[in-house]
Design a binder for this molecule. Sequence first.
Ligand SMILES: C[S@@+](CC[C@H](N)C(=O)[O-])C[C@H]1O[C@@H](n2cnc3c(N)ncnc32)[C@H](O)[C@@H]1O
Length: 331
Amino acid sequence: MTHTAGRAAARIGWDADAERYQREHGDYLAGPGDGDLVWCPEGWLESELGLLGPAADLAGLTVLDLGCGAAQAARWLAKHVCGVSESLTDTAGPDASGEVISTHLPEPSPTTEAASTAESAHTRARRASRAPSSGRVIGMDISHAQLTFAQDWHKAQPSHPQVHLIQADAHDLPFATASMDVIVSAFGVLAFVPDLTVVLREVARVLRPDGHITVSLPHPVRWMFPDDPVATRGLKVSTSYFDRTPYAEISTTGEVTYAEYHHTLEDLMHACVAAGLVVTRLWEPQWRGDRMRTFGGWSADTVDLVPKTLIVRLEHRSLQKRSASPESSEH
Ligand SMILES: C[S@@+](CC[C@H](N)C(=O)[O-])C[C@H]1O[C@@H](n2cnc3c(N)ncnc32)[C@H](O)[C@@H]1O
């Protein structure tokens, strides 16, 4: 499978699977009560983990949800970034029509063709990334079908703080350099891209010097086991940890319609170093009993024995150097 086919597969696969994914998991991903940022199938929420720091500190920032799907996490972020009492028109900028902005993608679909020209869409996406004083949250995904669920939700809840929806590929972020304070990616993007370094370099480029990204992704050891929640079947090693052959679904016409990639911990660390990002926190969540729910291969049976999710927080290396320097320790 070529990298180009693998990249295109994310869009084809998630467009085809969005309806099932949202039907089966959409409510769970929105979190309990008034909503939350659900980090992983183990059930952990941002309101209890505080991986992004105090929620009050998000106010007024520019935040990107990368691989946002139907933007359930971005919705929770928008309440804290923009304030729950602000209306759509208060928090919207000139680009906040509520419609998905489709940027240039390698193989134009009817959707992207219907949007305005690629160049002006890029310009609109860049403008959406510039933070007004009230802050803004951008939900970005390669799948128009996923974003349509987010768009429909916002149309039904017009008083909820706006999430700017942008269709784009994480390999080529349509945002200005140093335009994001915080990036979040809950199981978005990293498992679906062949080359982590390209994406993490883009992340490092768009992050402000003191910005950070927190991502959750399938734990690398998960690759060794079948995607089966029953421990007797799902915890038998079936694949070498070191086997990087992607999982691919191929149509009868030879088109790659879905792909997932295995990146070992070593691959992830190499990509972070190459992108100039350092890990400042790493977390391997265990099952959270009171929110127990089987989710694909994740289940109480299996997750109590083997980590299935990895959560990492990454920051610019330059920031680490500054905070470790003798000058900064004097303050
Ligand atoms: C497992 S879903 C997670 C969605 C959402 N974060 C959630 O928690 O429900 C992965 C998402 O990543 C998106 N994605 C995959 N590859 C991408 C890429 N190269 N650029 C942007 N989004 C991508 C998919 O379209 C999909 O919506």
